[in-house]
Design a protein around this ligand. Structure first.
Ligand SMILES: [Zn+2]
Length: 107
């Protein structure tokens, strides 16, 4: 017996629900005199492509945020509480000239 995590069970349930909705669409197409297999695969692909693209974009954005260093982010000075734009040298605040420690708060 293969032990599945909660996430894998959720993925399986979503997959079953997804195929069931495609079957439902195919049955509806057959009832209304259309080609059931054509509409089954149309539903399968036309909904899989945007969902795959969505998850790819979400994954890509998250990965880019992880790769970018702390100097690429908008930060807030702990002394004057003003925003420090990305790309500013991380040693002193450009507004109050106070030294910035490593514990600079993110905006
Ligand atoms: Zn400051």
């Amino acid at each position: 017996m293969i032990a599945l995590s909660d996430f894998e069970i959720l993925l399986l349930a979503l997959g079953v629900l997804y195929v069931a909705s495609c079957v439902h669409m195919a049955r509806y197409a057959r009832r209304t005199g259309r080609n059931a297999w054509l509409w089954f695969f149309l539903t399968l692909f036309l909904t899989a492509v945007p969902v795959t693209l969505y998850f790819y974009v979400v994954y890509f954005l998250q990965r880019r945020r992880e790769l970018s260093g702390p100097s690429d982010r908008l930060r807030r000075c702990p002394h004057c509480r003003r925003l420090i734009s990305p790309g500013t040298p991380p040693d002193t605040c450009p507004h109050c000239r106070m030294p910035l420690d490593d514990e600079v708060h993110e905006a």
